[in-house]
Design a protein around this ligand. Structure first.
Ligand SMILES: [Zn+2]
Ligand SMILES: [Zn+2]
Length: 371
């Protein structure tokens, strides 16, 4: 067409003719324009600091753990590149894969989806972006390597060693807290546990973690918590004091299953829940509780009568209207009252205590063949 010929323009680089489907952009066809104007803009000298001991990398001045799974160095490189590569025009940017290319360098494949110019429809652009990886020890790991921990949680029990049951609960708590904090922050959490005389010392490099562990032990076991700070130095670069946090976590004198005199009641301690020490009154068969504050402030009389692992045991020899006769392994006969909240039969094996001349049956023993 005559008019058409007069109006037809062509790409000044490749000579391709303009068409209604592809109007030229700045005198260039779309392909030539895209080739000269990249969506993916790579800053010069991309260098990532990476800590090999915890697998974190430095991003905008902070040490962070890569969110991606798999090799932490490659994941870190991908996230680092995503953060540092810029997008010209409009669209989104994503790192697809990474690979080591030797010489302390990693190459990351980046894909941009969008357009560099609004006159050109959306397209994909891919580019392998190289970055240098500098291996360093992050400040956290440096602190740990030097044996520094900012906080210590000292777990002890009042006048007795910790029981196996308590130790397993405490370990479970520490693990749970560490896991939840790791998921929240993505930081590797450094801690150390030391068995010391009378209990355990947990060392953390994080105040929050220490406090959380102490609080959880309080909630589960009714521990008494006391915090103290000690100034151990001065951080000139930050103009602040460096202090160490000590948290004393003290478990009560009684533990699960112990027979305790709670304000005159002979009871079995059944655990801590809802801010209360729960017990089971062996004589009346009624459940009761002692408030946390009352117990720790000495407002309630509490004496240990018998530890859970020191109960007498024997079998029921006879049951009459006036009571139960129990015989221990040496043949000694005890006269006890009938338990008020559970049934026993002749031949049952039972645990019992003798207190103030009274024999009180505490529980039936499981795992015994009745005879
Ligand atoms: Zn062209
Ligand atoms: Zn580290």
């Amino acid at each position: 067409m005559v008019y058409g010929d007069l109006l037809t323009r062509f790409c000044s680089i490749c000579g391709r003719l303009e068409s209604p489907e592809m109007p030229l952009v700045d005198n260039l066809c779309w392909d030539c324009y895209k080739a000269r104007n990249k969506m993916i803009i790579v800053p010069k000298d991309l260098t990532m600091e990476f800590c090999g001991s915890c697998g974190s990398y430095k991003l905008h001045g902070n040490w962070v753990k890569p969110k991606g799974l798999g090799d932490p160095k490659l994941s870190s490189a991908m996230e680092f590149v995503e953060e540092h590569v810029k997008l010209k025009g409009s669209g989104s940017l994503r790192a697809l894969e990474a690979r080591g290319i030797g010489g302390g360098r990693i190459s990351v494949l980046v894909r941009a989806h969008g357009t560099v110019d609004s006159r050109i429809p959306v397209y994909d652009e891919e580019l392998w972006v190289d970055l240098k990886v500098k291996s360093v020890v992050c400040p956290r790991c440096a602190k740990v390597a030097s044996g520094y921990f900012s906080s210590i949680v000292q777990v002890r029990a009042h006048g007795r060693p910790l029981t196996q049951h308590e130790l397993s609960i405490i370990n479970e708590i520490v693990e749970k807290v560490l896991n939840s904090e790791f998921n929240r922050s993505g930081f590797t959490l450094n801690y150390k546990v030391e068995a010391v005389r009378g209990g355990l010392d947990y060392k953390f490099d994080n105040f929050r973690l220490a406090r959380k562990v102490a609080y959880e032990i309080y909630k589960r076991l009714g521990a008494l918590i006391k915090e103290s700070h000690k100034v151990i130095g001065f951080d000139g670069s930050r103009g602040s004091r460096i202090s160490r946090l000590s948290i004393s976590v003290r478990l009560p004198s009684f533990s699960m299953g112990d027979i305790v005199n709670f304000n005159g009641r002979i009871a079995r301690y059944e655990g801590f829940s809802g801010g209360k020490f729960l017990y089971y009154d062996l004589e009346s068969g009624v459940k009761g509780s002692v408030n946390y504050r009352d117990a720790w402030h000495g407002n309630v009389e509490i004496n240990i009568i018998c530890r859970s692992n020191e109960l007498y045991s024997g079998f029921v020899n006879s049951i009459t209207d006036d009571g139960v006769e129990v015989v221990d392994s040496s043949g000694r006969v005890y006269k006890a009252l009938k338990p008020s909240s559970f049934n026993i039969d002749v031949g049952n094996h039972v645990n019992f205590i003798v207190f103030n001349g009274k024999t009180i049956i505490v529980s039936k023993r499981r795992g015994f063949i009745e005879r």
